[in-house]
Design a binder for this molecule. Structure first.
Ligand SMILES: [Zn+2]
Length: 335
């Protein structure tokens, strides 16, 4: 996998001195002299495939390149513009434009004012990486086990998961929803649709989605990838993306109980940059409903390969699998 952002060119552009060790320190991993502290070694590690960084000396860590740019004193909007300039994946940008056009009409349903209000609310929710309850929940209940706590924090930041406030969605882990499922860009509040939240304390209902009336967008963790699995819940999608993103395999969750036309619109908008779709029905979906769904998917996504994929035996949904199990299950697709 190639680097997501040409950070060397970017750093040169904004006159941040950097030197790397020369020799590579592992796949997708570089160490450079940290621009935040008086670093005479190579303490700032950058994961090029995941946009995360961490300085072993001063502890500056977390987030993505945008966070890094903001810490270097660039305002959010300017940082986002810089990132777009040096984002290696041109296809991603082009797809985004295409998608914006396709969705211009769909988006009209929601007024700009409404959207910016929702986005403002979202920005005020606490990042899950900063909330002990969310860290415990992901670790204990969801099996997101990492060697160090900061690794889990980086994942939560990468996916921009948040925690509800006392007045709205309290005790819920919130997933951001973007028009057509695209994790568009950090500054693109026009694509922001709302959020879906899972209760962490067994509160009912388990899932709650905050959206403009009549909207049923899909949840895509972070970004649409070249192979997409269509799954039921946000945790299924998250687990698959975590385990398979380096192989170019991602997932999209359909919010709500059934597949509806709005979902198909969202899936269609992804077509320009998805090579293959796989539909993964839960075990409890009746055959007739599953066949109707397959029929609708093939019609909506005509011209793309849509294949039904079975979960491994004894697995009820993808969200309950470990990363290793997901990789074993999907290894035939990873090429
Ligand atoms: Zn440092």
């Amino acid at each position: 996998m190639t680097a997501l952002v040409d950070w060397r060119a970017l750093f040169n552009d904004i006159r941040v001195a950097w030197k790397d060790r020369g020799a590579s320190t592992g796949r997708n991993h570089v160490n450079i002299a940290c621009p935040f502290c008086k670093d005479d070694g190579y303490h700032l590690g950058i994961r090029e495939d995941r946009e995360v960084f961490h300085c072993w000396k001063c502890g500056t860590a977390g987030g993505n390149y945008l966070t890094l740019l903001m810490r270097l004193g660039h305002p959010r909007f300017e940082g986002a513009k810089l990132l777009n300039k040096y984002r290696g994946d041109r296809g991603y940008e082009m797809a985004l434009q295409d998608l914006r056009q396709k969705h211009a009409q769909h988006d009209k349903k929601t007024s700009d004012e409404q959207k910016s209000l929702m986005f403002a609310r979202w920005e005020r929710f606490r990042p899950a990486a900063e909330v002990a309850e969310a860290l415990d929940y992901m670790h204990d209940d969801r099996g997101f086990r990492y060697e160090h706590e900061w690794m889990l924090k980086e994942e939560l930041t990468y996916y921009d998961l948040r925690v509800g406030s006392n007045s709205m969605h309290p005790g819920r882990l919130l997933f951001p929803l973007y028009a057509s499922g695209q994790r568009a860009a950090w500054h693109q509040q026009d694509a922001f649709m709302g959020w879906t939240g899972r209760s962490m304390r067994g509160r009912e209902p388990k899932y709650m989605t905050s959206l403009p009336q009549g909207e049923h967008p899909v949840y895509v963790p972070r970004m649409v990838r070249s192979t997409m699995l269509i799954v039921e819940g946000p945790f299924d999608a998250l687990r698959i993306d975590v385990a398979m993103r380096s192989a170019g395999i991602g997932a999209v969750a359909l919010t709500g109980k059934e597949m509806i036309a709005a979902h198909l619109v969202s899936l269609r908008a992804m077509m320009s940059f998805v090579r293959r779709f796989f539909f993964v029905p839960d075990r409890d979906v009746p055959v007739s409903q599953m066949m109707r769904a397959m029929h609708e998917l093939r019609a909506a996504l005509s011209g793309r390969n849509v294949v039904q994929l079975r979960l491994p035996d004894n697995v009820k949904d993808a969200g309950e699998m470990t990363n290793a199990a997901v990789r074993r299950w999907l290894s035939p697709l990873a090429r």
